[in-house]
Every structure is written in structure tokens, then in C-alpha cells.
Design a protein around this ligand. Sequence first.
Ligand SMILES: [Zn+2]
Length: 250
Amino acid sequence: MAIQKTEGILLRRQDLRETSLILTFYTRDFGKIKGIVRGVRGPRSACGGANMEIFALDEIVFYERRRSDIFTISQCDLIDFFAPVRGSLDKLSYASYFVELIDSVTALGDKNPEAFDLLLNSLKLLSGDCSTKRVARIFEIKLLHLLGLMPSLDECASCGGPVDPAAKFSLRHGGLICRKCFQSDRDARPILQGTVNFIEHIRPLPFERVARVKVASEVGRELERMLRKFLDFHIERRLKSVQFLKVIEK
Ligand SMILES: [Zn+2]
């Protein structure tokens, strides 16, 4: 592999020995990559700069190391620091949740430019005055869709039959289930039609238009509960940032 240049959003940083860091980036062109940056923690250089803060957007130059899936990052220039996000604990917590979620659902080298754009657009939207909860629900719905994990809402997730407004939401089956299938999951719960409509509406909508979509507060609350349970169920590792969001929202 020759020297490569791409844009990446920093997902994670780990210390490595005295003066080096291992950075994990989510990039548009190569998916998730890990790379070593040397000489960033010596007495003469600050402990990385703004470019090495979590969820910074950088232009990075990297190349392959022999017998290793960890690259060497030779250059890492800041494109966007998302300063407005860092000035608010609420926004900062959501941005941390977004990168942790992306990190937990992607494998090294899994390329998905749409997921990269989703993360980038969500960070930009978070920088503006859009409600953080709305950005989070949009991010979750679109990410589930891109990963092919979207709950089935237009037919019964158990038998494939038609669903009506009495259908319940089943985590185990991954979507709505019809009356005939209620007994197959006693934990299935009723769901507001508004919640189903919101998900169906958001899913195919281009990102530029989703920020303006209004959501009723009871739908917003149900979506939040449902999507978190759904993500928890599908992502084995429970996300640390979700625990933190629960604490600050109490
Ligand atoms: Zn059914």
C-alpha cells in the first residue's frame, strides 16, 4: 500500500509508550483505520493538539507497516474541531455517543462512505441550534438503516403477515409483530403510530431535509426508549456514553 491521504473523524485515542499515540479514525475512503502517531507526547510537543481530540475531523496521511494492520500516520491536519459542540456538555455527550456507537458497530477496514457522511453531517447539525435529541434520533435511525439492522415496520417481523395499528414492537423479532404472533414474545410492547410514521419518514429522507422534521414530544420520548433498547439489544457491548447520557439527563 502506497502512502494514502483521506479525511477521518477521530473515534478513539490510546497512549502508546512515552511519546506515541494509537489513533482510531473513521474515514470516508478506507472505513475504520488504526494508526500510530509518533513524537506527540514528548516534553516539547503538547499531548497532541486539537487535531487529536475525539471527533475532530482531520486530513490524515498514512502508510502501511509490515505485518501489521496498524498503520503509521505521518500527518494529521485539523479540518474541523466542531468548537460549538465542545462548548456544551449536552452536545459533547451526544457527539461522544455518536463516535462510540460508530466504533462499536464497525470493523477495521469496513468501508461505508454513507456512514461516514452520516457521522460528519450529524456533528455539523449538532454544531448548530437543532435539538440534540432530534439529531440523536436521526443519527440512530439512519445508522440502523445503513447497517441493515432497521426494525421491520411494514410487515410482521415474525410471520411476514400484515400489521395493523394494534401491532406491538418486539425486540426479539426486530420489529412489529401482528396479533397472531403476540404470544411468541410476551415482552413485546404497544407502540405509537406516530413513532412508526416518524421512522418511516426519516429513513429515506436526504440529510439536508431531516433537521426540519418536527416530532411530537411523546413520540420523541418513545423513540428514545425504543431505539436505545433496540441498539442495546443488537450491540453486545453496552456503550459507556449511553450510561453517561442517562446520568446527566436525570
Ligand atoms: Zn405475525
